[in-house]
Design a protein around this ligand. Structure first.
Ligand SMILES: Cc1cc2nc3c(=O)[nH]c(=O)nc-3n(C[C@H](O)[C@H](O)[C@H](O)COP(=O)(O)OP(=O)(O)OC[C@H]3O[C@@H](n4cnc5c(N)ncnc54)[C@H](O)[C@@H]3O)c2cc1C
Length: 185
């Protein structure tokens, strides 16, 4: 509810610290997107619709000059990696482009992605996390997720080929489908 220990006083944004962190989240999340979600949640409460703060799957994005990154779901650093977590990494040989995908060691469930220099759709990754898709499914449909500007080079082939070699698999990236992207059946 974002209420402090003082009645009718709420804390949102950078100054808010959760008594009990939600899921794997940190008690303080000083990022723009969580600040906005907290604001939207609190607005409901203040308008007589008491609403619990449910931020959903972790995500963030940032742009520094010509470099941008996005993160969807959980990809922990080597030092903080969970015992069930395994990583697949692809890096372009020359350009500043790379992705790291976290997967569950045993089930291959997709846990999260960090993408650097390649734009990937938030809505799709959020859906795939909800649907508990495997890393194989995510890579097969990676073309659906790309939203780099038109005429930009794409790297799904190279990424999937590296995955096939690292994980001894033989998956093929599917053609981009707007029907799938828009979830039209
Ligand atoms: C350099 C930088 C880069 C960032 N990049 C990203 C990013 O790429 N992605 C991302 O998600 N987040 C990013 N963040 C974090 C993001 O900017 C913050 O999480 C977000 O702005 C927090 O919003 P807020 O409203 O909680 O606090 P703030 O934006 O800090 O707003 C607090 C406001 O309160 C005012 N204030 C303070 N004291 C008083 C007072 N006594 N009386 C009246 N007003 C007062 C301040 O002047 C300020 O305007 C970045 C932050 C920094 C510093």
């Amino acid at each position: 509810m974002l209420q402090t220990n003082i009645k009718d006083i709420y804390a949102i944004g950078d100054c808010a610290e959760q008594y009990e962190p939600i899921g794997l989240r940190r008690p303080v999340e000083a990022v723009w997107y969580t600040g906005r979600m907290m604001g939207e949640t609190l607005a409901q409460t203040l308008c007589s619709n008491p609403t619990e703060y449910k931020p959903g799957h972790w995500f963030n994005s940032a742009k520094f000059l010509d470099i941008e990154y996005q993160t969807y779901g959980w990809v922990f650093s080597e030092r903080n990696k969970k015992d069930y977590e395994e990583h697949f990494h692809w890096r372009h040989p020359k350009e500043k482009l790379c992705i790291t995908i976290a997967l569950h060691k045993d089930t291959h469930e997709f846990l999260g992605i960090n993408n650097f220099g390649i734009r990937l759709r938030h809505e799709l990754f959020d859906r795939w996390l909800n649907e508990k898709r495997s890393i194989e499914y995510v890579l097969e449909h990676l073309k659906d997720a790309n939203f780099d500007p038109e005429l930009y080079a794409t790297y799904e082939g190279a990424i999937v080929s590296k995955f096939n070699s690292d994980f001894n698999q033989n998956i093929q990236p599917k053609k981009k489908s707007w029907k799938r992207i828009l979830n039209l059946h």
